[in-house]
Every structure is written in structure tokens, then in C-alpha cells.
Unconditional design. Sequence first.
Length: 217
Amino acid sequence: SIKGFIFDLDGVLTDTAEYHYRAWKRLADELGIPFTREENEALRGIPRRESLLLLLKGRTFPEATLNELMERKNSYYLEYIREISPRDVLPGARELLSEIRAAGLKAALGSASKNAREVIERLGIAGLLDAVADGYSVTRQKPAPDLFLHAAALLGLAPAECVVVEDAAAGVEAALAGGFTVIGIGPHERVGKAHVVLPNLAGARLADLLARLPMHA
Ligand code: G6P
Ligand code: MG
């Protein structure tokens, strides 16, 4: 039976996807590289370094330059997330976290971001999470299952006992590979492989979600 939830952060609990986009866009403009919102969609859930390589579209730079570009993007991102406050928790997310706690279930964060701790502190939801797995936790990133397996281990639960909530195709893939039940947030084209697909968490009540999950042995 389900004993815990593992939440992705960006695009699930808050819309930092927009800030990641603005930071990458600013860097791309400085480099004279075209970069659209549509292209940014492909970067959801993708770690910083792989995102940069995708943005560069085959342009090569020495390692030191790549590091400088990643640092520059992150400094823009940090500038944007300074604005984040408890109002930026997406509709339904705080309520769901509270319900999970009240029901005696566990909740963890499973985010590829190295800025995840700062973001959950600013959102004021760190206290509703029993464990945090972030961009520092594992080497192999999504779509490898490692980050979610790490989060489940921190909760002391098996994958079959956990539901992963994800908005990225790479994240859904990672969770399925790890043997988790998956709730996909967003359009079918992006998260259609998840067991349950929702447009967002607005109005998502714990009992309804649990009732919609496939039965586990
Ligand atoms: C999440 C976001 C990605 C981001 C990645 C790394 O997965 O969806 O857009 O690239 O985290 O974030 P970071 O804050 O470490 O650059
Ligand atoms: Mg995400």
C-alpha cells in the first residue's frame, strides 16, 4: 500500500520552470543563440549541465567556459528566485502536503535542482517535507531512477510504497524505471506515460488521488 509521496519541485510544487526559462533565455541572448519557450520545454527536469549543452546546439567551448556559462545562468536564476515567497506555492500543493502529513504518510522532495533547498525554504514548505533529495544527492540524474530511489530510502520506504509526482518526461521515465507509481502533471504529450495524469494539483485531494492509482500487489 502507499505510504509516501515524492514530489518533484520545479513545475509541480512551484513554477520555477518560468525562472529557469528566463535565466537560460538571458544567457542565450548574450551568446546570440536563438532560444524559445518551446525549446525550454525540453529542458524540464534536465540537469544544469545537460541543459546548457542542449542550449548550445552543438557549439563547443572549453570546459572552463562551460563552467562560467553554468555559473552565469545560475546567478541569473538566483536573482529571480529571490522573489519567491509562500504565495508561489502552486494551488493545491500545500493542502496536499498537509493532508499527507495528517494521514500519517510521508513526503519527500525529489528534485534535480541544486537550488531546491533554498526554494522550499522560501516557499515555506520545508517543514512539510520529511526528506529532501536534490541536485547534490546522486550522480546519475533523471531519467535514471537513482534520485527517487534515494528519496524513498531516506523515507525508509520501498518504491512500490511511494507515489512520485512529476511534470517532466524525464522524471516520469525515471520514476517508472524505479518501480514507482507515478502521477504526471501537465499535458499528455509530456507526461502521458504516468499512471495518472492531472493538469495541476489544484483541488487534488489525497483520498481522490489514492483512489485513482492502479492497485499494487
Ligand atoms: C530541475 C528543473 C530543470 C533544472 C534542474 C537543475 O530539474 O526542472 O530545469 O535544469 O532542476 O536545476 P539547478 O537549479 O541545479 O540548475
Ligand atoms: Mg519538474
